[in-house]
Design a protein around this ligand. Structure first.
Ligand code: 5RP
Length: 218
């Protein structure tokens, strides 16, 4: 199976977690896109969706799925999204698609975070994938210096502007043995909007697709 077929298999498995007549939280990226396409087939059985990015909102709308503003939603039973890396405690690195801030906000409201991944995303220790950090533009250099002091090697993702009008620094060379601690520490740097560690609120369920099938890990 190709990596794309594995992503699709994980996304299809997540459809079983969608609660009838509910509003669904929807992530961003190529794996989430497969989920959106599947959701399109069952759009008559849901009220609609909250999107974590403009790109996902567009794809959802293309399927005729009603879009809700998160501020108008009090109950979001399930949020489905991919990840760039996920460890054994279901802590993740996210933000490869620069949507980390909205992803983290929608996930915070959701009752259950279902992470959908192909098996290549599973790691023993987070950090091989550079950690994305969303920063206020005027703080880019100051935040980069602070991230360097933490032992990382921040690289500005030039040309990328987030849906919130901010910039992304990708932090290389981190071996993240304390994801919860590092998530909090980076959040304390003035000028940081969000970092791509999803450890304080990790996934509740991982659907991990390998050639032998989709494994559920809670
Ligand atoms: C976007 C994300 C994505 O979930 C992550 O980058 C995984 O993407 P893909 O499913 O394309 O491999 O965090 O900001």
């Amino acid at each position: 199976m190709t990596q794309d077929e594995l992503k699709q298999a994980a996304a299809e498995a997540a459809l079983a977690f969608v609660v009838e007549d509910s509003i669904v939280g929807v992530g961003t990226g190529s794996t989430a896109n497969y989920f959106i396409d599947g959701l399109g087939r069952m759009k008559d059985r849901i009220r609609g969706a909250v999107a974590s990015s403009d790109a996902s909102a567009q794809r959802l709308a293309g399927h005729g799925i009603a879009l809700f503003d998160l501020n108008d939603v009090t109950e979001l039973p399930v949020y489905v999204d991919g990840a760039d890396e996920i460890d054994g405690s279901l802590a993740m690195i996210k933000g490869g698609g620069a949507a980390l801030t909205r992803e983290k906000i929608v996930a915070a409201v959701a009752g259950r975070f279902v992470c959908i991944c192909d098996a290549s995303k599973r790691v023993a220790t987070l950090g091989r994938f550079p950690l994305p950090v969303e920063v206020i533009p005027m703080a880019r250099a100051q935040v980069a210096r602070a991230l360097t002091a933490l032992g990382g090697r921040p690289v500005w993702r030039e040309g990328v502007v987030t849906d919130n009008g901010n910039l992304i620094l990708d932090v290389h060379d981190l071996s993240i043995t304390d994801p919860v601690g590092l998530e909090s520490e980076i959040n304390q740097i003035v000028g940081v909007v969000t970092n791509g560690l999803f450890a304080r609120r990790g996934a509740d369920t991982l659907l991990l697709a390998a050639p032998g099938g989709v494994q559920r890990i809670d």
